[in-house]
Design a binder for this molecule. Structure first.
Ligand SMILES: [Fe+2]
Length: 209
C-alpha cells in the first residue's frame, strides 16, 4: 500500500506526500535505520486519518513572507527531489499554518522572527494541522539566512528531506551539508540542530511515532 492509496486526501497534499516519500526513498539507505523509518512513515500515511480541524490561521512569523518564496524557488531550481517537492509544496502552501517553536533556547535575540515551522500532518494541538494523526508527523522547517535552529532531541526518529542548501549536525558533531534532495536521519533522542547560510533553509520532516 502506498500513500497514494489514500482516497480522501486533498490531491495537492497527496502529491506533496508522494514526492516527499519518493525523495526520501532515493537517499534513505545512506543512513542505517533510514529505510525502516521510512517504511513506518509510508505505512502510516497509507492508512486512514481523522478530520482536519477548521481553525482560522494566525499571522505567519515574519520569515515566511520574507523568505518562503525564495526558498521554494531555490528548491525548484535545484532539480531532482528538491524540485518536485518544492513545486508540490508551493501548491499546498496556501493551506499551511506556520508557527514559531517555543521551549528551545533561542540562538539569537530575534529567533522568533527568523524561523517558522508547520505541521501538516500530526496531532490536533499543532496549529493548523491539515490531517490529524497520532501515528506519524509530517512538517516543514524554514530557517532564515544566517540563523541557527537550536539543538534539540525527541523520542521519535526523524527523516528530513532538504529542499535547499543548509547544514545539520548531530550530537554536537561537525556541521554537514546534505544539499538539496539530501536526506538526514535522526535516531531516537539524538541531539540535532540545523543552520542556514546566506540563503534560507527549507526542509520537510517525517516522524514515525
Ligand atoms: Fe527534530
Amino acid at each position: 500500500m502506498t500513500a497514494s492509496d489514500f482516497a480522501t486526501r486533498d490531491p495537492a497534499l497527496q502529491a506533496l506526500l508522494d514526492h516527499l516519500l519518493e525523495g526520501i526513498a532515493a537517499r534513505a539507505d545512506t543512513w542505517p535505520g533510514g529505510p525502516e523509518a521510512l517504511a513506518q512513515v509510508r505505512g502510516a500515511l497509507a492508512g486512514s486519518a481523522g478530520p482536519s480541524p477548521d481553525a482560522k490561521p494566525p499571522e505567519p512569523p515574519p520569515v515566511v513572507p520574507a523568505m518562503l518564496a525564495q526558498a521554494l524557488a531555490d528548491g525548484a531550481a535545484a532539480g531532482g527531489s528538491a524540485a518536485s517537492v518544492a513545486e508540490a509544496l508551493a501548491k499546498v502552501s496556501p493551506q499551511i499554518t506556520w508557527y514559531v517553536r517555543e521551549g528551545l533556547t533561542p540562538t539569537c535575540e530575534d529567533f522568533a522572527d527568523r524561523h517558522a515551522l508547520a505541521t501538516i500532518i500530526g496531532p490536533e494541538d499543532r496549529p493548523g494541522v491539515l490531517e490529524v494523526r497520532s501515528d506519524v508527523r509530517v512538517g516543514i522547517s524554514l530557517v532564515g539566512p544566517h540563523t541557527e535552529y537550536p539543538d534539540h532531541r525527541h523520542p521519535p526518529e526523524e527523516l528530513y528531506l532538504a529542499l535547499t542548501p543548509g547544514e545539520w549536525r548531530q550530537d554536537l558533531g561537525p556541521w554537514f551539508e546534505p544539499g538539496p534532495s539530501g536526506v538526514v536521519f535522526n535516531t531516537s533522542n539524538i541531539l540535532h540542530g540545523m543552520r542556514a547560510g546566506a540563503t534560507p533553509q527549507l526542509a520537510l520532516w517525517c516522524l514515525p511515532i
